[in-house]
Design a protein around this ligand. Structure first.
Ligand code: DAH
Length: 360
């Protein structure tokens, strides 16, 4: 049986099936029916063992050649089908990147979020990093290390929320200010330190300008020759940048905080223009923040030598800054999740605060 004409017929037949295959699954069925274990070509190859050596000399190479040509044809068809599928996907899945961004994105940034971003941008420009600490604090970080001794009356002024005592009788607190982040930073980092710490704080208080949860931002600089002049320069630059005004008239009034010595409150001039408040100049003073040189005891409590390192700190209410700058009259509205309020006072999530094109 050395007639190879039936091989030619088979080859023509399979090749035309391959050409006609419309997808990869169909093509694979054709491959299996010809070259799979029980495929037509494979069955013919199995017959080789029963042939005489002369017959095998003719049929062996003929079958091998057929197998190779069919394999090549299948590979070529597979490439063609793959390319066609890719072209079809590219044609149907195009994205027109020249389309304009949705002009009215859904949702808006809360004014507190916006102000936090603005603070980070302004202070980053002056070389400050952003630091964070936990909302549930221990007594050491919230009070003791900040130079509030046990039983000190200043502890009572903070309207503290206490957690249930643990097995040892220690009660954690919801932090009453962002100042504990000063302590955490000084314990973790080596000076020079320049950080701001924005975040949530908690006090048991509720009226038009007080909510039990509100926001503060703390500032801390620790280095070898930092002084009140630096403090004053940083704060004046901050007020000018934040309220987007050139001229800032400010005064530093002596005050008392346990963690700073000397301590001061900073007042800035302002005026009323219709319903709005214009901060920077005017005929009235408004208290805007607390500040001072970090108390030597605080520096010592963080394992640093107060004869080698000093620095300044300041703290202020973020919500109050937002109310002053963006004119919302009642603090409680900030946390009511009223969509109408958010639509009115919110900011576009597409506009990033930056110093080059304006903060807001
Ligand atoms: N921790 C103070 C408060 O919540 C605010 C404050 C005042 C922070 C003076 C400071 C500072 O760092 O120097 O009332």
């Amino acid at each position: 049986m050395t007639d190879t004409s039936n091989l030619d017929t088979l080859e023509r037949d399979v090749l035309s099936q391959i050409e006609a295959a419309g997808n990869e699954a169909g093509l694979d069925e054709i491959r299996v029916s010809a070259l799979g274990k029980k495929g037509s070509v494979s069955l013919m190859m199995r017959e080789l063992g029963k042939m005489s050596p002369e017959e095998r000399q003719v049929m062996g190479p003929a079958l091998n050649g057929l197998k190779t040509r069919l394999n090549d044809a299948i590979t070529a068809r597979k490439d063609t089908l793959e390319n066609a599928a890719l072209d079809a996907a590219l044609a149907s899945e195009t994205v027109d990147i020249s389309l304009p961004v949705r002009p009215q994105p859904q949702g808006s940034l809360h004014p507190i979020t916006q102000v936090m971003e603005e603070l980070a941008v302004i202070f980053a420009d002056m070389g400050f990093a952003v630091a964070e600490g936990p909302d549930v604090e221990d007594d050491f970080h919230n009070f003791t290390a900040l130079n509030f001794p046990e039983g000190h009356p200043a502890r009572d002024t903070q309207d503290t929320f206490f957690m249930q005592p643990d097995a040892d009788g220690n009660r954690k607190v919801l932090r009453t200010h962002t100042s504990p982040v000063q302590i955490r930073t000084m314990l973790e980092q080596k000076p020079p330190i320049r950080i701001i710490a924005p975040g949530r704080v908690y006090r048991c208080d509720w009226d038009q300008t007080h909510t039990p949860m509100f926001h503060q931002v703390e500032g801390l600089v620790i280095d070898k020759d930092t002084h009140m002049g630096h403090l004053k320069g940083v704060l004046l630059d901050f007020i000018a940048a934040f309220f987007e005004t050139d001229k800032v008239e400010a005064q530093f009034r002596p005050h008392h905080f346990p963690f700073t010595e000397p301590s001061a409150e900073m007042d800035v001039k302002y005026e009323r223009v219709g319903q709005a408040v214009k901060v920077g100049q005017g005929d009235k003073w408004m208290e805007i923040l607390g500040c001072g040189m970090v108390h030597p005891n605080v520096i010592r409590n963080c394992g640093l030598d107060p004869d080698e390192y000093q620095g300044f700190a300041f703290g202020m209410g973020v919500d109050r800054l937002a109310m002053l700058k963006y004119g919302a009259p009642d603090l409680r509205d900030f946390f009511n999740s009223d969509k109408r309020w958010l639509a009115h006072y919110g900011f576009s999530p597409l506009l990033q605060a930056n110093l080059a094109t304006g903060l807001s």
